[in-house]
Design a binder for this molecule. Structure first.
Ligand SMILES: *Cc1c(COP(=O)(O)O)cnc(C)c1O
Length: 330
């Protein structure tokens, strides 16, 4: 068992920012860098550490309950952290994998996680207050962390990631699923763009580009906005039926310094058609680090395609956030 200090000391933090020189069309006209959150730890997904780091900031919880699917990077990271820190952990997993545990679940078992398999109907209730109250009675000592570790607290951990970046940049590109990572980046950039020094010359605008890894035009934007404290469209969004949300005005207009690109979900969450798999394979054979097809593969493909289309101005300085997640590709 480790203390939180010793556990943190075992992580590669700050994660490196590395210049990146792929032989992609258009790449020679810009400066590319990769923020290597995949390098934070060989087992635990970097992005999920970022989102959890603040929940463990002050005093350690007595127990933790959380949710996820059978391949969840979040449950995997949390299971590992709880094992190392000696925190009893209950994972509520969608679907019954008891006969055929995934590699992720096998790890959880090895890390002494208490696993509860629930059906889809129960899993759907994971953010209903009545269900959460039941869980609080069942696990009175535990804190309950939402799916993906995506809670307001998570944004500070993402801001820490942005604050580590010492090179100047114009764009930061990141995959989007629950939206908390992008929301954390948007918040962090806002502080930078507003500038903290009085009378300083207007600071250049830094922009965040999310790459939707699932089908969710409008929906993913509303997920991000629910985390942004002063989002002007927040109220409006929630009153628009899901099917109509794509009619929300484009976020590139006006002051907005972020948007989500929906051209690279490849059919939906964890959908990995052969061309994407081939791209990841070739990438992994030729580049100095690895990607996987669920998150980072879609983000890197998006950058490659946007470069080929000339979507960035010449000389643009682009940070690609490698969120990790390689355990999920097993
Ligand atoms: C969970 C995850 C994401 C998505 O982050 P959100 O905050 O849910 O949008 C991206 N990459 C990896 C590797 C992840 O595990």
């Amino acid at each position: 068992m480790l203390s939180l200090e010793d556990f943190k000391a075992s992580l590669t933090l700050p994660s490196p920012v590395e210049p990146f020189f792929p032989k992609w069309k258009g790449a020679e006209k810009v400066s590319l860098f990769v923020k290597r959150d995949d390098a934070i730890h060989p087992i635990m997904s970097g992005n999920k550490w970022r989102k959890l780091s603040n929940a463990l900031h002050t005093s350690l919880p007595k127990a933790i309950v959380s949710f996820g699917g059978g391949f969840s990077n979040h449950l995997h990271a949390l299971g590992f952290i709880c094992f190392k820190l000696g925190i009893p952990f209950t994972a509520i997993i969608r679907g019954d994998y008891s006969a055929t545990p995934s590699p992720m679940i096998k790890d959880l078992i090895q890390w002494q996680t208490h696993i509860e398999y629930v059906d889809r109907i129960t899993y759907k209730k994971r953010s209903d207050s009545a269900y959460l109250n039941e869980l609080k009675l069942q696990f009175p000592d535990a804190i309950i962390i939402p799916e993906g570790g995506s809670q307001a607290q998570a944004l500070q951990g993402i801001k820490d990631m942005v604050d580590e970046i010492e090179v100047d940049f114009d764009f930061i590109v990141a995959p989007v699923a629950s939206g908390a990572t992008l929301a954390g980046i948007v918040n962090a950039l806002k502080t930078f763009n507003t500038g903290s020094i009085k009378n300083a010359s207007p600071t250049p605008q830094r922009k965040a580009i999310g790459v939707g890894v699932l089908k969710g035009e409008g929906y993913l934007e509303s997920l991000v906005e629910q985390f942004l404290p002063d989002s002007p469209r927040r109220e409006v969004q929630q009153n628009i039926p899901a099917g109509e949300r794509s009619k929300i005005p484009d976020r590139n207009q006006g002051e907005q310094h972020w948007h989500i690109n929906h051209d690279y979900h490849f059919g939906g969450y964890a959908k990995t058609p052969i061309e994407l798999q081939t791209f990841c394979c070739e990438f992994n054979n030729t580049m100095p680090f690895k990607i996987e097809p669920v998150y980072s593969g879609k983000a890197f493909w998006a950058v490659k395609d946007l470069l080929a289309k000339g979507a960035f101005n010449d000389g643009a300085r682009i940070i690609i956030l490698h969120t990790g997640g390689l355990q999920g590709a097993r």
